[in-house]
Design a protein around this ligand. Structure first.
Ligand code: FEO
Length: 404
């Protein structure tokens, strides 16, 4: 795909990664894009680069518009590998360009490249760069989602280059929100936003709220949000801002996600009466079998639901490994505003359900106790206990959900 004009001489010159399915452990069934932007003004400016494998593509896109040697400024909003590893190839073509980056970004950049040969200018929030008819305003966004992160606002065009924030891992033949909604659906786009937020930005809800508030206090009008992944928001940028605020404020469905694994189907047999009870209480219930479902999908489904039930057999007195992996992963994402419970089968001593609760407590989640354990295989009597457990949990979820 060639360059695409975003607005008034601001061009997308990025690359589409149709093939990537494992993005540093995060499963991306729809691929992704690495978006970077070229501004044609008196002083030609490139915002961000792409993953190294796609250097040739972004350079080809740049060359379709200008001689790369004419690029005067290169803004690096974020130094994660998927956005910075083609910098060397680009700087080779325009060695005299000045790089604009945050202090922490510069320190990180030194670990990737020999930067002594480049002219680097450290910028902070409020600094501006006039490139002719346009003014770039830099906004640091530390920990959104790396310490070095920043965004760049193009004042005259009301365009926010938002780096990872507001992105989605979606490879598509189209570049804009209105186009994607037409060729896919609004639900497809929303799922992309939720998936991305849950797996990457969940820990940073408060920071997100603060940063959106800072931007609003600065009175910046935003008509286009152009992230470094996925679709550019030109039709309705407020949609994604509101989605972020909602998720940061703990919005979830009045629903339960059952995330489980099983050795000889006993824990799996427990999920069925539990699921039925949750449905009978009028709640939606999503059942996710670990080892058959990518971790990032389990995380997304957890994030969409107010309640989490974890099903784990006991193996050698501890949780089943895939369940332990899921909960460890989840703890790193620092979830909030969710209620959790656990169940599972055991053979001779048990212990997994207690371990799951220990993890919930470490995460600071609301807890429904006691959990439910079944010896060996659920009997008819045990299945009734499972049903009652599911019913009681669903009632607690409904009660807890009213707080939001
Ligand atoms: Fe898309 Fe944090 O890199």
């Amino acid at each position: 795909m060639n360059s695409v004009e975003v607005r008034n001489g601001i061009y997308w010159v990025g690359a589409i990664d149709w093939a990537v399915r494992d993005f540093h452990g995060y499963i991306t069934p729809s691929g992704t894009t690495y978006n970077n932007y070229l501004i044609l003004d008196k002083e030609i400016t490139l915002l961000d680069t792409v993953k190294h494998d796609f250097s040739e593509i972004t350079i080809k896109n740049i060359k379709s518009l200008v001689n790369p040697n004419d690029i005067k400024h290169v803004v690096i909003n974020h130094i994660e590998n998927d956005h910075v590893t083609s910098l060397e190839d680009i700087m080779h073509l325009t060695p005299k360009a000045t790089i604009y980056i945050t202090e922490k970004g510069k320190k990180g950049l030194e670990k990737f490249f020999d930067i002594s040969k480049w002219d680097i200018k450290v910028v902070k929030t409020g600094d501006t760069l006039n490139i002719g008819s346009k003014t770039l305003l830099f906004l640091e966004t530390p920990m959104l989602h790396w310490p070095d992160s920043m965004m760049t606002y193009i004042k005259e065009d009301k365009v926010l280059i938002s780096q990872d924030a507001f992105g989605q891992h979606i490879a598509s033949s189209v570049r804009f929100d209105d186009e994607l909604i037409t060729c896919e659906s609004m639900t497809f786009l929303e799922e992309g936003v939720i998936d991305y937020y849950a797996n990457i930005l969940m820990p940073f809800g408060q920071l997100i709220k603060n940063k959106i508030s800072d931007i609003q206090k600065l009175g910046l009008e935003i008509e286009i949000i152009a992230p470094d992944h996925g679709i550019i928001w030109r039709n309705n940028p407020n949609k994604v801002i509101q989605m972020y605020l909602d998720m940061a404020n703990g919005k979830a469905e009045d629903a339960v996600a059952i995330v489980y694994d099983t050795m000889w189907h006993s824990t799996e047999m427990m999920t069925l009466p539990i699921m039925q009870a949750i449905k009978d209480e009028g709640l939606k219930c999503k059942v996710i079998k670990l080892r058959s479902t990518p971790m990032s999908v389990a995380i997304k489904e957890f994030w969409k639901s107010r309640g989490l039930l974890v099903g784990t057999p006991t193996l050698n007195n501890i949780m089943f490994p895939s369940v332990a992996e899921f909960l460890t992963h989840l703890r790193g994402l620092r979830p909030k505003n969710r209620i959790a419970g656990a169940f599972g089968s055991f053979g001779w001593s048990g212990g997994a359900v207690k371990e799951a609760y220990d993890e919930f407590k470490r995460m600071g989640l609301e807890i429904y106790e006691p959990g439910l354990q079944v010896l060996y295989r659920p009997s008819g009597e045990d299945e009734k206990k499972c049903y009652e457990f599911g019913k009681a949990f669903a009632q607690k979820v409904k009660e807890y959900h009213k707080k939001f």
